[in-house]
Design a protein around this ligand. Structure first.
Ligand SMILES: Nc1ncnc2c1ncn2[C@@H]1O[C@H](COP(=O)(O)OP(=O)(O)OP(=O)(O)O)[C@@H](O)[C@H]1O
Length: 612
């Protein structure tokens, strides 16, 4: 986490950003909480004053009609009701406020992530760490910070009210209390800083613990965990992280208990001394019994409010530290330089050119592409082949401008990619990625996501499914194309209905992903990265037969390890260690007797009978 980088700074701009977000999300709730805070701050003072007046009248020190006492008692009762109900009202408004802030914070956060044009940030571990905390920080921290500020206001109102009352009885006592509050404030703030530091230090451990916990309960690793019997190992590692967390937290808790106990003793000594003075003063006739009651209430009220106020500062500080992660994500710069005036992307006429393209994923990473020169002519099929790690998928990512080349350039009809409108560019591309997605949605949505204008257009979706050879599979599902392809989102009513969510096989999922890309078959460039890797031999032959028809006259980049499926491409490019080793038609490459011929013959030999 950010733990790897510098510790985030908490400054006033951060406070205003959090408070602004909290206010804008629900101005009504913010104002209501402010009023509740002020009311809540004044109430203890009001109760104290009313109690003093009632006690003095009952003691006969302050004559007057009995109705006045009854009026005061009623006032006391009303104040008591307010004291009892305000926390509930506060809790309700607080929850409402948090809900409103959550909607706004999440909308802003995910819009910020969606605005990132490339993949660089999402692959950056530091940014991922910010993201991990940003979601919950955005939802909770603004209200925590604003709420703590209001609670602080409440404490200040209480302190001011009681201090004023106390000053009338014994101005010295106000001074003594202020002096006693100083070490309390200092100690509490120190604790808050230590707590924040601990949060910072422990967050990587906490994330590791979550990682193992999710691994143990998630579906992704369930098969390997069971077959390789990894549950015990991961469980032990999770518990080890948890024990480390517990040990660190325990150490902090102990420190806190000691400090708090010390502060409580100081507070009790000050309160005790004050009480002795009040009793002596009352015996000497300098204070009434009512004065003694309000003196005691003021002492307790001020001490409580000081402790609470300082506690709120600590809570706000911690909330601000978390909020830095949210702000980091929202303020992150685009990971690709976007032109101020992007050039509109025309339909592809002249082709795509890669000129001396060098690429690596980061300064410390090895070169993946090393001086690639390549032309993808319009209306033709270029096949890209090469061993694992040669850089084929990386080249695909550059073609969709998920990254910019580290050196060299790509151009679309002669215009540099960096000058083009990136959204329009992607709009002109259809792709089936090697690591395609399987969405926990219905079959028709899984296809329709390729072009959301096709949502609800059964004709287009069925055509795409037919082209990918998956139509028959989908019509045979319990609810046809409407069948949910996961049980993750089963309705409570459907949980026991086995037909409400169906899981497809790996090859069926791949064909569904292809259908999704075929929705964009009319686009200017179709990229197919290992489109048949998960298909059985029959399905693969069938798919490539269909693809031949689909590719006709369309610009296509086809990547495949099975060279039999690319032999009829217009142009075959062999990539080796990030360099184009050779290129040409299938026949030319076989004649060359180079890397392609060697790989092709190796694969062909695999299909020949083993010599006896
Ligand atoms: N996001 C990434 N960050 C860092 N390195 C990466 C990333 N993606 C790929 N690489 C590295 O780039 C190199 C090329 O990977 P690429 O996926 O382009 O190869 P490929 O030719 O498509 O391989 P395969 O045939 O196995 O799919 C590999 O060494 C890989 O480790």
């Amino acid at each position: 986490m950010t733990s790897g980088g510098t510790r985030p700074k908490v400054d006033f701009r951060l406070v205003t950003a959090a408070v602004r977000l909290a206010y804008r999300a629900a101005p009504g709730a913010a104002v209501a909480q402010a009023l509740i805070a002020i009311g809540g701050g004044l109430l203890p003072v009001l109760v104290g004053v009313l109690t003093k007046m009632v006690v003095d009248r009952l003691a006969g020190l302050d004559g007057g009609p009995v109705t006045t006492v009854i009026g005061l008692a009623v006032g006391l009762g009303v104040a008591g009701v307010a004291v009892a109900t305000l926390p509930h009202l506060f809790g309700y408004v607080d929850a409402e406020w948090r809900r409103a802030v959550a909607v706004r914070a999440q909308a802003d956060l995910y819009a910020a992530v969606d605005r990132l044009p490339g993949l660089v940030r999402l692959e950056d571990p530091a940014f991922r760490d910010h993201l991990n905390v940003a979601d919950s920080a955005g939802r909770h921290s603004p209200v925590t910070i604003a709420g703590s500020s209001l609670e602080l206001l409440r404490s200040i109102v209480t302190i001011a009210g009681f201090a004023g009352t106390l000053a009338l009885l014994n101005p010295w006592m106000v001074g003594v209390l202020a002096l006693a509050a100083l070490p309390t404030a200092q100690a509490e703030l120190r604790l808050a800083r230590q707590r924040a530091g601990l949060f910072w230090r422990l967050s990587p451990i906490e994330r590791r613990q979550y990682f193992y916990a999710n691994l143990l309960t998630g579906l992704a690793a369930a098969k390997e965990i069971r077959l390789f019997d990894l549950g015990g190992l991961f469980g032990q590692r999770m518990i080890k992280e948890l024990r480390t967390l517990n040990a660190e937290n325990r150490r902090m808790d102990r420190r806190e208990v000691l400090v708090q106990a010390g502060l409580a003793v100081v507070g009790a000594v000050v309160a005790g001394a004050g009480l002795i003075w009040a009793i002596v003063a009352a015996r000497g006739g300098r204070l009434s019994i009512g004065d003694v009651t309000i003196f005691v209430a003021a002492l307790a009220g001020i001490q409580g409010a000081v402790a609470s106020g300082i506690g709120q500062v600590a809570t706000a500080h911690e909330g601000l530290l978390r909020f830095t992660h949210y702000r980091e994500v929202l303020g992150t710069a685009p990971d690709l330089p976007l032109p101020a005036e992007p050039v509109p992307v025309p339909p592809l006429r002249g082709g795509i050119e890669l000129r001396d393209v060098w690429f690596r994923y980061g300064d410390g990473h090895p070169w993946v592409l090393r001086g690639v020169d390549l032309t993808i002519p319009p209306g033709r099929t270029v096949a890209l082949v090469g061993l694992n790690g040669a850089g084929k998928s990386t080249l695909v990512k550059l073609l969709a401008r998920f990254y910019d080349p580290t050196r060299g350039s790509l151009s679309w009809d002669g215009v540099d990619y960096r000058e083009l409108d990136v959204v329009q560019l992607r709009n002109r591309i259809g792709a089936a990625f090697q690591d395609y997605m399987s969405y926990d949605l219905s079959a028709e949505e899984n296809i329709g996501l390729g072009d959301t204008t096709a949502f609800g257009d059964t004709g287009r979706i069925v055509t795409a499914a037919e082209r990918a050879g998956v139509h028959d599979v989908l019509t045979a599902l319990p609810h046809g194309y409407a069948t949910q392809l996961s049980r993750t989102f089963a309705d409570p009513d459907d949980r026991d209905d086995e037909s409400s969510g169906v899981l497809l096989s790996g090859g069926q999922w791949q064909r569904l992903a292809l259908a999704r890309s075929f929705l964009r078959a009319g686009r200017d460039l179709l990229i197919l990265d290992e489109p048949s890797a998960g298909l059985d031999a029959e399905a693969e032959a069938d798919l490539h037969q269909r693809l031949r028809g689909l590719r006709e006259g369309r610009t296509t980049l086809l990547i495949s390890h099975r060279l039999g499926t690319v032999r009829d491409a217009d142009h075959i490019v062999v990539l080796r260690d990030g360099v184009i080793a050779e290129q040409g038609s299938h026949d030319e490459l076989l004649t060359n007797q180079g890397a392609y011929a060697r790989l092709f013959n190796l694969q062909a030999a695999g299909y020949q009978p083993v010599p006896g």
